[in-house]
Design a protein around this ligand. Structure first.
Ligand code: GAL
Length: 680
């Protein structure tokens, strides 16, 4: 054989070999391990996504079995993977990591293919042996791995996708992605220098209760306030715009509010309804939990109140400053500022050292024209392990009133142990979701009825916010036990999965919302949040616009959960759009429901007092929505309507709803929020 021939033959053999290998591997495929992909695209409720480690950085271990490879995460968790139809099979062992065995976490794992559920693990708890996840993913373009909170809140939910891998079709690898843009952008125009009164059209108070209403007005200061038609018993401070006093008799009073500065004058009617119901529009304010959790103190609460005034949030209707858990002494904390006697000899609760003078704090907040809220549990312990109200309900209701509190959040927690005869020293929600025997509804209502009645006996109006995560269809009876609002779901976290699942769960209760009775999908997760580990909300800007739009459409209590001292321009802008807030504060008090879905686009409609409707085109999907929408009749519109973009505060066009289409461009996980008003 000559040299040339030999080398040609060698090349031909080599090529044939490569061809054979490639086509063979095309046929048999490969294994791509999940940990070979970029996991940083995942979003999760706590910590950062971990490769081959738990969320706390340990070796993954489920019910005693260790795993070298996988994805350690925390509920609520979502990881998106572009498979492009090139994978056949996804397999993993899933479970709660043993590192949380001192606690009671519960999670559920889901595999979604192109938005459809392909597999779920069912709820898993710590100590459960790992469950095999074997999912046929042939033909799937986008795969999503999700971990939810197992319906008991996302506390300690350390979740492992162990030994997770794909069998592919041919030689390939996959990219993870997060399709939502991260660039913050400002939509709300700055308030004008001329006065504008941003209050709701109604305000409720009970006869004989102290009256306090700070007129929310934007525009240059100094500002002068006046009012005509104020009933006797009330007086308005012309400089601060705060109305105080007392109304002796029930009745409806029509008042004309006026605000004047160097640039001009504004007027607005306010209907004061003195009767049984308070919170005739959803409460708006701040709560300490989502930012400070167990680190709250009187100083932090004072500063939050001061910021509410200084940043001008108060001029848009933000008003309540609410202390959550950890103002009381703690069961067994090592922190000296939480140690001390829970109650005095008469059974009156003693605030912890971080608080001390509760009346002084309430007076300070009232002095700013704001209102103040407090927190307790019907059980012996709060969710965080501080003193609860069980057995001392009367003393507690009286203390709150004596100190001057305007709002009570009353959180089920260890009451579950009371009714099930479980050890009362475990504050976590072990048994909160089930009652053993008995009349379940009566059991669920009892502690709230007790506190509700006691609050009504106090000589001041106290908003009663029920927190029991939606058990026993609370929306059907919360009002009858004196509740002003009630949580409908478990705790929110600053992840898309959490906000989405909570939002999708609101339909069941929507019809029950009305003035004085609000469904509460939990607090806002915008700005710097973190339950003691402060970080910017992990929600992307579009997700935050959607979150705030939905909570407004839902007539939800609006409680800012962030560190007020770290408010950035984007967050302030998000929280100060008066036209969006007006949707939430509308006097009719109807909650929007989802009237139509087009793929992942959900269209919510809320009837408004003036005969117009707010419409939220909400994109829950992974693709932008660009459509000519011509179904306005299906949403209940007819004839000519003026279309206004509420986030941009701009009229878009007039439309003949029977003939014309609306061009919609809705970003991924974003919203277009319009108000349509009939034209004569
Ligand atoms: C949870 C409640 C939270 C927060 C926390 C305090 O049960 O849902 O919003 O109040 O307890 O420990």
């Amino acid at each position: 054989m000559n040299k040339v021939y030999k080398s040609k033959l060698a090349r031909a053999i080599a090529l044939a070999f490569i061809f054979y290998i490639t086509s063979f591997s095309d046929l048999v495929g490969q294994t791509v391990w999940l940990d070979q992909l970029d996991l940083s695209a995942a979003t999760q409720g706590y910590g950062v996504p971990r490769k081959n480690k738990t969320v706390d950085g340990n070796v993954m271990k489920i019910a005693g079995q260790s795993y070298d490879r996988g994805f350690g995460t925390h509920a609520e968790s979502s990881l998106q993977i572009q498979l492009g139809g090139k994978a056949k099979l996804f397999t993993a062992w899933v479970g709660v990591d043993d590192e949380m065995k001192e606690h009671q976490p519960a999670v559920e794992f889901f595999v979604l293919g192109d938005g459809k559920k392909l597999w779920s693990s069912a709820v898993m708890r710590v100590g459960d042996i790992a469950r095999p996840c074997t999912v046929d993913v042939a033909g799937v373009n986008k795969l999503e791995l999700v971990v939810t909170d197992g319906s008991n809140g996302n506390y300690y939910d350390h979740a492992d996708w162990a030994d997770a891998k794909f069998e592919t079709l041919g030689a390939t690898t996959f990219a993870t992605f997060n399709p939502v843009s991260s660039e913050p952008y400002i939509l709300t125009p700055k308030p004008s220098a001329t006065p504008k009164i941003n209050s709701a059209s109604v305000f409720g108070v009970r006869p004989g209760s102290p009256f306090q209403f700070r007129i929310p007005v934007t525009g240059d200061r100094p500002m002068n306030f006046s009012a005509s038609g104020l009933p006797s018993g009330l007086k308005l401070n012309g400089t601060t715009g705060v109305i105080t006093g007392k109304l002796a008799k029930a009745g409806t009073y029509l008042v004309k509010l006026r605000a004047k500065n160097a640039k001009g004058i504004a007027e607005k009617s306010l209907k004061i309804i003195c009767g049984d119901q308070i919170a005739l529009t959803p409460p708006m304010g701040w709560n300490s939990w989502n930012c400070f959790a167990g680190e709250v103190s009187a100083e932090k609460v004072k500063r939050a109140a001061e910021v509410m005034v200084k940043t001008g949030l108060v001029n848009h209707g933000w008003n309540y400053v609410n202390i959550d858990d950890f103002w009381q002494n703690h069961r067994d904390s090592k922190d000296p500022s939480l140690q001390g006697k829970m109650r005095d000899e008469a059974g009156n609760i003693i605030p912890n050292k971080r608080f001390g003078d509760m009346k002084g704090l309430a007076d300070y907040v009232h002095g700013l024209g704001l209102k103040i809220g407090i927190y307790s549990s019907p059980g012996p312990w709060t969710c965080g392990g501080c003193a609860g109200s069980y057995g001392y309900e009367k003393q507690d209701a009286e203390s709150y009133a004596k100190w001057g509190f305007d709002y009570l959040k009353y959180d089920w927690c260890s009451y579950g142990n009371v009714i099930n005869g479980l050890p009362q020293n475990d504050p976590y929600k072990v048994s909160s979701l089930s009652y053993q025997g008995g009349n379940q509804l009566a059991t669920a209502m009892k502690p709230f009825q007790l506190m509700g009645d006691l609050l009504r006996k106090q000589p001041r109006d106290i908003v009663f916010s029920l927190c029991q995560y939606g058990m026993s269809d609370v929306w059907k009876w919360g009002g009858s036990v004196g509740g002003t609002s009630w949580r409908t779901t478990n705790d929110i976290t600053d992840t898309w999965t959490s906000v989405k699942n909570i939002a999708l769960d609101q339909e069941k209760s929507a019809a029950f919302a009305k003035p004085g009775n609000w469904n509460d999908p939990d607090m806002l997760v915008v700005g710097t949040v973190g339950w003691g580990n402060p970080h910017p909300s992990k929600l992307k800007p579009d997700e935050q616009y959607l979150h705030f739009s939905l909570w407004s459409l839902f007539s939800a209590p609006l409680l800012i959960g962030c560190d007020m001292e770290k408010l950035d321009d984007f967050t302030i802008n998000l929280l100060t759009n008066d036209e969006v807030i007006a949707v939430n504060q509308d006097g009719l008090g109807k909650q929007a429901s989802c009237v139509q879905t087009i793929g992942d686009l959900r269209i919510y409609v809320k009837d408004l007092e003036d005969g117009s409707k707010a419409v939220g085109f909400c994109n829950f999907g992974l693709e932008k929505v660009n459509i000519a929408y011509n179904d306005l009749n299906k949403l209940g519109f007819s004839g000519k309507q003026r279309v206004r973009d509420l986030w941009r505060q701009k009229d878009i066009r007039d439309i003949s709803t029977d003939k014309e289409a609306l061009d919609l461009n809705v970003p991924v996980h974003g919203v277009v929020l319009y108000k349509l008003s009939p034209l004569r």
